[in-house]
Design a protein around this ligand. Structure first.
Ligand code: AP5
Ligand code: MG
Length: 215
């Protein structure tokens, strides 16, 4: 299965991706997580990406496309992947079509998670992220078992630089302007499966499972 997870910042893409990957044997490719790992390691890509990310702007298409090409060609993706946070522009979506064509693969579904803006702001303002594995927690809605520590690997939790109120608002604007046109782009190919991202995390996942089981 090759899937795209489309949805605004805070919709729960990362949270739900973990469950999907566990149950369906696909690999999560989160462009945000890969960029944050590059930032942490101080690679040239990480250094260039940092200023865009901290403001909540998109990193230039050419850098992202080069990065995702390298990731998707790794053997770990041979059973399929869940693209979390890519594509985010029509230019990226067209580049993905070319890449999948070269690899003899196709997209099975574009899962679109929808959540109202005010709820997104509330979620992101209280989000905590694992420094090591990137898993998302939430002080209000989804706290870790032990305060400040990841349930999975015991690493420290931190607040992402782009989870400031100013950056959150910018990310929401950019999503509407640059990324939401992809819903039409993929609906025209009959690939979109829309899911409400409001409600309990496990209830939303049940809905996703019902959809995915048909593939
Ligand atoms: P990225 O890391 O992809 O960030 P994002 O798209 O803004 O999405 P988030 O990770 O913030 O949200 P999410 O949907 O994963 O939500 P989560 O599950 O964590 O990108 C970061 C930056 O990198 C971009 O701004 C850009 O600069 C750059 N970048 C990345 N990809 C790029 C690309 N393709 N092109 C150009 N630039 C790119 O959940 C959020 C919170 O809500 C958590 O606290 C969680 O616990 C909680 N939560 C989840 N579900 C629920 C629920 N049902 N009820 C209550 N709380 C919930
Ligand atoms: Mg995420």
């Amino acid at each position: 299965m090759n899937l795209i997870f489309l949805g605004p910042p805070g919709a729960g893409k990362g949270t739900q991706a973990k469950n999907i990957c566990n149950d369906y044997g696909v690999v999560q490719l989160s462009t945000g997580d890969i960029l944050r790992a590059n930032k942490k390691e101080g690679t040239p890509l990480g250094k260039t990406a940092q200023e865009y990310m901290d403001r909540g702007d998109l990193v230039p298409d050419d850098l992202i496309i080069k990065m995702i090409r390298e990731e998707m060609k790794k053997p770990s993706c041979s059973n399929g992947c869940l693209l979390d946070g890519f594509p985010r522009t029509v230019v990226q979506a067209r580049a993905l079509e070319i890449l999948l064509g070269e690899m003899g693969k196709k997209l099975d579904s574009v899962l679109v998670l929808d959540v109202p803006d005010e709820e997104l702001v509330r979620r992101l303002s209280a989000r905590l992220t694992c420094k090591s594995c990137g898993r998302s927690y939430n002080n209000i809605f989804n706290p870790p078992k032990v305060e400040g520590v990841c349930d999975d690997d015991g690493a420290e939790l931190y607040q992402r630089e782009d989870d400031s109120e100013k950056s959150i608002r910018n990310r929401l604007e950019i999503y509407k302007k640059m990324t939401s046109p992809l819903i039409d782009f993929y609906s025209n190919q009959d690939l979109c499966d829309e899911i409400s991202g409001s409600g309990q995390i496990n209830e939303i996942y049940s809905g996703i499972k019902n959809l995915l089981d048909k593939y």
